[in-house]
Each structure stands twice: as structure tokens, then as C-alpha cells.
Design a protein around this ligand. Structure first.
Ligand code: ATP
Length: 262
């Protein structure tokens, strides 16, 4: 259950901006995402998705604007860090440790008692089919095994808000199913999932709401059905068509929130 006030969005950004020299990676982003929502964060390569997630997980500082995760400002790193989990594109794992040791390390960072951590770790290792490899050094792991370990690292401390960057990348169909089922299960327990992926079938299956980023701007927001309905006006029915339509090269256009028809 979220510890923050239910009326407070789980993720809120106001005019959140990140510049790298002349490059505006994220340009005045305004988001308000409720608890228990799976938010599909879409956008072409280089549109600012990773930069947004890095700001929201305190790994990089905004140039301007502000953001709150689970009601806590991202400027309060100590205060916010226990409330969030992050699976980045390359999971941060220690190669010289085993999966179990890596997970105990992360659990200890979050002050989870050793016996509680042991139980949770055993359960996740089982769920992700990592039991046989659990006590082997991670340096010999395949890409998919690392990805699964990264996923467990992101959820082991039971955070209220979880940021996932391409969580099914490199996974076999069974492991991808495990991840998707876990996301759905967490959302059922009011955990908020901020999910960035280029795999639109994952978004279709899981996302309650979708935001489309283009060159650092949020160009559309709505449910997958709303975005598709909008694309239907262009005689198209798929989320892929909606995505392509929304992110084709365009001059600056305002945010286009897609509303349910009355
Ligand atoms: N550390 C950095 N230094 C300079 N420019 C950066 C840095 N990180 C990101 N950028 C730039 O910011 C923009 C957004 O990059 P970002 O990685 O956030 O995109 P993305 O949407 O996650 O892309 P992808 O889908 O390819 O992962 C790009 O123009 C990128 O070159």
C-alpha cells in the first residue's frame, strides 16, 4: 500500500527539464500519475525517456522544474530512494557476486532485515527460474539472466513506484511472461509502474495510460484505446500507427491530451 496520501499522485512532474549543452533532452514535462497505474512511456530513440527516468530516480539532476515520487521531492534523495525501484537499460549488478549476494546487498541498502530478505530473494529466484544459477558469479550470466536479476533488484524492497526501462528486453517468452504477470500483480496492489518500452504489445497488454514523448515534449497522453481511436481518424487501428502518427517529424505542437468522447 502506498505510504503517501491517496489524493497525491504517485509521480508528479512540473515543468521538468533537462538540457545537455544545446540539447534539450526533456522540455518542460508535466505529468501526474495516480497510484496503481501502469503508465506506458513511449517515444522514439533519443526522445528523452531515459533522461526522464534518470531524473525521477535521482540519478541525474533536472536543469529546471520539479518532481515528486510517492509525494516526496526528488531533491530529497534520502527521503525518496526507499519509495522507488528502477530497472535501467543495463542493470547495475556486481559481476564478482552471485545473484543471491547481489540481492542481499540491495536489500541491506534498503534496511530490510536479513531473514525477510532471504525469504523474498528465494521466492523471486524461484519465480524467475534463477535457482540453479543463484549462487554462481554473475559474470557468467547471459543477458537475459542479468535482466531478470535487474528486475528482481528493482522490486525486492517493495517500492511504491517502479521505473522499468525495457523490462522484457532479451528475455525468452516465459521470462517475459513472468515479468508482465509481475507488473500486473504489483499494479493490482496499488504499486505504480512507469514502463518505458518500444514493444507496443507490452504496452497494449499492461498500460492503463500512455504518454508519448517526442523530442523531449509530451505530444499525447491517454489510454491505449484513446490513442488508437485517435489514429482511426487516419484509417488506422493499431497502437503502432498511433505512435508513428504522433511522432512523425513535426514543428512544435502543443500537448494533445486525448479525451474520451462524451
Ligand atoms: N549524458 C548525456 N550527455 C549529452 N547528451 C545526452 C546525455 N544523455 C542523453 N543525452 C541526449 O538527450 C536526448 C535524449 O536521450 P535519452 O537517452 O533520454 O533518449 P531515450 O528516449 O531514452 O532514447 P532510446 O529510446 O534510444 O533509449 C538525446 O538527444 C541524447 O543524445
Amino acid at each position: 500500500m502506498p505510504s503517501h496520501d491517496a489524493a497525491t499522485p504517485a509521480i508528479e512532474t512540473r515543468d521538468l527539464t533537462k538540457r545537455y549543452g544545446d540539447v534539450v533532452a526533456v522540455d518542460g514535462l508535466d505529468l501526474a500519475i495516480d497510484s496503481g497505474v501502469v503508465y506506458g512511456f513511449l517515444g522514439p530513440n533519443g526522445s528523452g525517456k531515459t533522461t526522464t527516468m534518470r531524473m525521477l530516480t535521482t540519478l541525474t539532476r533536472p536543469t529546471a522544474g520539479e518532481a515528486f515520487v510517492a509525494g516526496t521531492s526528488i531533491t530529497d534523495r534520502e527521503g525518496v530512494i526507499d519509495h522507488l525501484g528502477y530497472l535501467p537499460e543495463s542493470p547495475p549488478v556486481f559481476d564478482e557476486l552471485s545473484a543471491r549476494e547481489n540481492l542481499h546487498y540491495v536489500a541491506a541498502l534498503h534496511d530490510i532485515p536479513r531473514d525477510v530478505a532471504s525469504e523474498r530473494i528465494a521466492s523471486y529466484l524461484e519465480r524467475f527460474d534463477l535457482v540453479d544459477a543463484a549462487d554462481r558469479r554473475v559474470e557468467g550470466y547471459s543477458k537475459g539472466m542479468r535482466q531478470k536479476l535487474g528486475m528482481v533488484q528493482a522490486v525486492i524492497h517493495e517500492p511504491e513506484v517502479i521505473f522499468l526501462d525495457e523490462p522484457t528486453s532479451g528475455l525468452d517468452p516465459r521470462a517475459a511472461r513472468t515479468v508482465k504477470d509481475l507488473v500486473a500483480e504489483l499494479a493490482d496492489h496499488d504499486v505504480t509502474i512507469f514502463l518505458s518500452t518500444h514493444i507496443l504489445s507490452v504496452v497494449e497488454e499492461l498500460a492503463d495510460k500512455v504518454g508519448v514523448l517526442h523530442e523531449g515534449d509530451l505530444v499525447a497522453e491517454g489510454t491505449p484505446a484513446e490513442l488508437k481511436r485517435r489514429a482511426e481518424r487516419d484509417e488506422s487501428t493499431s497502437l503502432e500507427s498511433a505512435f508513428l502518427n504522433l511522432t512523425e517529424d513535426r514543428d512544435d505542437e502543443p500537448v494533445d491530451a486525448v479525451e474520451e468522447p462524451a
